[in-house]
Design a protein around this ligand. Structure first.
Ligand SMILES: *Cc1c(COP(=O)(O)O)cnc(C)c1O
Length: 496
């Protein structure tokens, strides 16, 4: 399997190259030249396999420059029971035609662990394959979840170093605590005086500073990114769509071969795109429901074909979906235009220069035949958490609630009652303040995040993720807060 750029010339690259580089030299994203097909018998055979072997089956199709044994080693290390428990991605049946796929049983209690636990293993082996001898320095700007998941993934991975920048006043207390207590000889974490955009701009400037990267290249350092545009972050996500499907068959909810729907709480369009690839591979998926919060740029896009980022930015109770530019949409456009790189490059250029673009009506029809877009406001999100808890005793976080409510809107509009899997992307404990408020608006809120965990536990009897509980007593290892214009200096001074 070889890879091309979405804005591309005709050059072909290995999977190892795509993973080592992250972004193509022409600014496009790496995509597989064609999508491999899985036969129904092979999908059915996954039913009897543990998650790690299901992952080997899927990854082998895409990462053909890795041997089966190599992939098995990577996957076994990434999804080890001491990190994810015995079943990394349980499918919980909440009612007759709805299952919730819990993707947050990893070390940081957010679904980004699914990809970021595996990426470091894929990356270090890709480096060996491409002859990269420099140390890879991962730079991350984070609004919360990505930073911690990347830190956990890369901590003490030989041949790598990771530096994370977060807005010092712009992440939740638990998220901050998770990051500033991170152990590991190769990790550094800095708070930024500014917001997420300042942190992101700073990282982009460092990536764009060719004089700096040339100089560091000679000293033995190469910058890379753990951002969701990296193919090595996307490909692990395809696996759990297959896993959910065969678990639904196993549970007797569907027969093998029956089509099902998935609903995905969406931000950067990485998670749902992985579902689209699973569908192209032959997994019987009918509809992919794209759920957004008040930042509803994708709902509008799917409904009208116009992508317009010139709009108000809302801070919501589902902050990991507060995004106006969904980078991975570029890969979908490449697919629906039947690999028309020139057209994709034109759309992306217009997005950059004018802030909006409109796709051809044929491309729109293609997208509408596969996707349904719906958005959910703040009140609806909280209402769904309380109601689903009351009706089914199932506790959801805010992101999952957006997906659930979007599914209800879809069912109401279409009367389609097909069995549907809701992707659950975070533990409710990660957003305990909003979840508690949703369960009981009147209750007084503590400002101590650890009291909130205890309160949610007392109110619902659900288990607090042990690692989150342990944070309270971990020593703070990274207390530095720096001005946004000192980020480059911080990187240069902290290379090890
Ligand atoms: C990142 C994230 C999302 C959005 O996923 P994308 O792949 O960016 O669309 C949704 N929920 C949570 C909790 C996340 O951390």
């Amino acid at each position: 399997m070889l890879y091309v750029s979405t804005r591309g010339k005709t050059d072909l690259f290995s999977a190892a190259h795509a993973i080592t580089r992250g972004l193509a030299a022409d600014g496009g994203l790496f995509v597989p030249q064609n999508i491999p097909a899985m036969r129904m018998v092979d999908i059915k055979a996954m039913e009897r396999k543990p998650y790690t072997e299901r992952a080997v089956d899927v990854l082998l199709q895409y990462l053909t420059d890795f041997s089966e044994d190599e992939l098995r080693e990577c996957v076994n290390a990434a999804y080890a029971p001491e990190k994810f428990g015995d079943n990394p991605v349980p499918l919980v049946q909440v009612n007759d035609n709805t299952g919730v796929l819990e993707l947050w049983h990893g070390p940081t209690s957010a679904f980004k662990d699914m990809a970021l636990q595996l990426l470091p293993h894929l990356l270090t082996r890709s480096m060996q394959k491409t002859g990269e001898t420099n140390k890879v320095v991962i730079l991350v700007a984070t609004s919360g979840d990505t930073g911690k998941a990347a830190l956990e993934g890369f901590a003490d991975v030989p041949g790598t170093q990771i530096i994370v920048f977060y807005p010092s006043e712009g992440v939740s207390d638990i998220q901050k605590q998770q990051m500033i207590t991170q152990a590991g000889k190769n990790v550094k974490v800095f708070g930024i005086e500014g917001n997420f955009d300042d942190a992101q701009r700073g990282v982009k400037e460092i990536f764009g500073n060719t004089a700096l990267s040339d100089e560091l290249e000679k000293k033995g350092y190469t910058f890379s990114s753990a951002n969701s545009i990296n193919w090595g972050r996307l490909v692990p996500q395809i696996v759990y769509y297959f896993s959910a499907y065969v678990d639904a068959v196993k549970a007797g909810k569907i027969a093998a071969g029956d089509p099902i729907n998935f609903v995905v709480p969406t931000g950067n369009f990485g998670d749902i795109l992985a579902g689209y690839y699973a569908k192209l591979m032959g997994l019987p998926i009918d509809r992919l429901l794209c759920a957004s919060n008040s930042n509803n740029v994708l709902t509008d896009f799917i409904n009208t074909g116009v992508y317009d980022r010139r709009r108000e930015f809302f801070k919501t109770v589902s902050p990991s979906m507060d995004i106006l530019v969904s980078s991975n949409l570029e890969r979908l456009l490449y697919s629906v235009t039947e690999h028309d790189a020139a057209r994709v490059a034109d759309y992306m250029k217009r997005l950059n220069t004018e802030g909006h673009y409109e796709i051809d009506s044929d491309d729109l029809k293609q997208i509408q035949s596969q996707f349904f877009g719906a958005w959910v406001d703040e009140l609806e999100t909280k209402e769904a958490i309380g109601r689903i808890y009351n009706d089914y005793h199932y506790l959801m976080d805010t992101h999952t609630a957006v997906a659930w409510r979007a599914m209800e809107k879809y069912r109401f509009l279409t009367s389609d009652e097909t069995y549907t899997v809701v992707l659950s992307t975070a533990s409710p404990y990660k957003f305990a303040d909003s979840v508690l408020a949703a369960l009981d608006d009147a209750q007084p809120q503590s400002s101590n995040p650890f009291e909130l965990l205890q309160k949610l536990h007392a109110d619902t009897g659900t288990e607090i993720p042990p690692r989150m509980l342990a944070l309270e007593n971990l020593p703070v290892l990274h207390s530095e807060v720096i001005p946004a214009d000192k980020m480059e200096l911080a990187v240069v001074k902290n290379l090890v």
